[in-house]
Design a protein around this ligand. Sequence first.
Ligand code: ADP
Ligand code: ZN
Length: 608
Amino acid sequence: MVALIPDHARVNTSPQTILKDVFGYRNFRGEQQAIIESALDGRDSLVIMPTGGGKSLCYQIPAMLREGTGLVISPLIALMQDQVTALNEVGIAAEFLNSSQSFDEMRSVTARLKRGELQLLYIAPERLATEHTRALLREIPISLIAIDEAHCVSQWGHDFRHDYLSLGELGALFPGVPRMAVTATATDRTRDEIVARLELNEPGIFIAPFDRENISYSVQVKTDAKRQLLKFLQARRGEAGIIYCLSRKKTESVAAQLCEQGFEALPYHAGLDSDVRRENQRRFLAEDGLIIVATIAFGMGIDKPNVRFVAHFDLPKSMESYYQETGRAGRDGEPAAAWMVYGLQDVVRLRQMLDESQAAEDYKRYERYKLDALLGWCEVTGCRRRPLLAYFGDSLAEDCGNCDGCLVPVKTWDGTEAAQKLLSAIYRTGQRFGAAHIVDVLLGKATDKIGQHGHDQLSVFGIGQDMASATWRSATRQLVVAGHLRADAERYGALVLTDTSRGVLRGETPLQFREDPKLPAATVRRSSGVRAAVVTEDEGLWEALRDCRQMLAKEHEVPAYVIFHDKTLQEMLQYRPKTAAEMLDISGVGQTKLDRYGDRFLEIIRQQ
Ligand code: ADP
Ligand code: ZN
């Protein structure tokens, strides 16, 4: 689609005017305005904002206001396409250059660029590394350079991209052009690394609060994972969501099972045929209420605003991953749920994968630290949001009231004696067995394995009959997480004692364990925010508005939310605009969208 540069998007307008007229939003969020001003002053900046925080506007608006074309460097080809489509929809002249294009497409983009027609050009980092592209870009005025996913420059991060290293040269190549590095994840260490490696010049540093208030967090202990998942999904029929699994096979089996239960669910992983993968992603973006069951191959660059839940069927590998993955829920600001189940097996497997990896030792140590932080977080007994934010250097004055820890307070119990029994049983059986056998010994069960090894002759046999097997498993898991026990990768996950076990055995380390709640049914608020907000008598209009959006989306071959977000339809429902001027007051309706779609929606509202 060819977009003309609208007059109102030219220099001499204010950021506020562009926000209103082009994007159709009333107010800047958080520090957006300060970030934009800083870029307009020609300064470099580092912007750290959670997913969904509104990073794009921070560079799009100054890029439009300054003379020349704004460059946006992004490693995610899928995201480029999405962003360019969305920008064209609001009437901004944007294009992209990446390896997915044909020669002719590239030539046409280059020609437009040279003619000075483009307000924004999205470009892949590897493309920018070529001499040819650099020469091309030096011929034209550049308004600003945005470096998206800037944490990819960090060699310690999990998304390290080699091509990002050469981006440090941009300052020298384009002197006087402000650069803006943006990312959703950055610890202090990564922050410093980004500034250093990108050679940002005395950057303004903007760090948005990390709290995603609309996301409710909940973590359950895995008992019967599939049943737990179904229970969670029961209240969410018809909502779009992502379910993460560790293995490709599991994504397929879970998706199939959900379909049997009447959900619309599709698998997604790197092993699928690329056509299937693309089609499943396309459907997820385009349709309402689809569930995608995916490995972490899915999600980078998923921009769908109305993802109502992200569920983790297996543990992610760090708090950073967890935060980023769950951050894909509720980008529209409406209530959304982050739900996870985890158990001892996950802990053992993730630690094992790390132990066996070929990576450098200091890297592995850092990864282990990150995994342990996540495991510790799973076991917290109070509000979950506070430690989550604390991990990212943020704080919350009060408990959030919107997580399982707040809604269903966890009880704790003195586990010192139980831990001693458990560690003794492991020691006496020679540190060669997994949790299941150890628990059998404690409970005094007469299994074949016990008979075979003569474990019924040991003093520890049957000393744990005062507790249920689930409680013993829970204690085992918590000891592993706390580092008082370790699963030995070389011996098939056999539990072995650690340096700190001795202190526990001697009673020098008092332990508090969390009592795993019984399968909680209503730990989180119902998340169907958008629909729940629609009262029944409006149901007809709501459906009509949605149908209209779906039809327009088909006609224009874009995802429905590119036409209008749920939030925008919701405001139409609430305020019932009758005229074009009233329509412009609706959040998400700018001049271009009003011109394109306003009449169709006004028509529907008038008919009511
Ligand atoms: P990020 O890149 O930080 O993950 P986006 O830039 O994609 O987030 O913004 C997330 C959503 O919020 C988008 O749908 C965007 O249009 C919307 N948005 C951004 N800024 C504002 C604002 N000031 N008012 C209303 N909506 C906004
Ligand atoms: Zn809380």
